[in-house]
Design a protein around this ligand. Structure first.
Ligand code: HEC
Length: 162
């Protein structure tokens, strides 16, 4: 009986270790497997004038704050406020706010596409959230929110700035 318990325990531990490993491998991408563990950073380095880089990072912090505020308002059922934040701080309507045009000039095409994908996903989140205010159907909102954070994750996996 002891042995069986031990075996089950070890299996559970192995599974937990495998689960902990999986997202790491995913985040590091295929290149991480080819190179020795510590050294590699597969992200493309995008040079940018210092003031613009600072400006972009400040925008990024506001992106994260906006996501937090959206989630907080979804939690309290203030769908209209959540939708407005999604559209004005992350969606297509945010382009002027962030001086996106100036920063985008320094972005390689793939990074520009990742930025567009985020704005598109956020504007869609705003629409879906507005619909949910009428239908009470939350599943599409969570999916749309995941598409927005997916766009953050996608760009972060591919690029860094200096
Ligand atoms: C078009 C690409 C792109 C998209 C889309 C994007 N980011 Fe970023 N983000 C970056 C880059 C590049 C950096 C700098 C990373 C580095 O140099 O190590 C960054 C940095 C950040 C930082 C760190 C800011 C600091 O002060 O250092 C935060 C927080 C952040 N992003 C949040 C977000 C969130 C939240 C989203 C989605 C709503 C998002 N980003 C979408 C490219 C992007």
């Amino acid at each position: 009986m002891r042995r069986v318990l031990f075996a089950v325990g070890s299996l559970a531990l192995l599974c937990a270790m495998a689960a902990a490993q999986a997202p790491l491998d995913h985040a590091n991408g295929p290149a991480a497997h080819a190179a020795p563990a510590a050294a590699s950073d597969p992200r493309a380095l995008v040079p940018m004038p210092q003031p613009l880089a600072q400006h972009m990072l400040a925008n990024m912090r506001d992106h994260l704050a906006a996501l937090q505020e959206i989630q907080a308002h979804l939690g309290t059922g203030q769908m209209d406020v959540a939708a407005r934040i999604a559209e004005t701080r992350l969606g297509f309507s945010s382009l002027g706010l962030h001086g996106a045009h100036e920063v985008a000039r320094f972005m390689p095409p793939g990074m520009q596409d990742a930025g567009s994908a985020m704005h598109k996903a956020a504007s869609r989140l705003a629409l879906v959230t507005t619909d949910a205010a009428a239908t009470g159907e939350m599943a599409p909102v969570f999916s749309a929110l995941a598409a927005v954070t997916g766009a953050c994750v996608g760009c972060h996996a591919g690029y860094r700035i200096k």
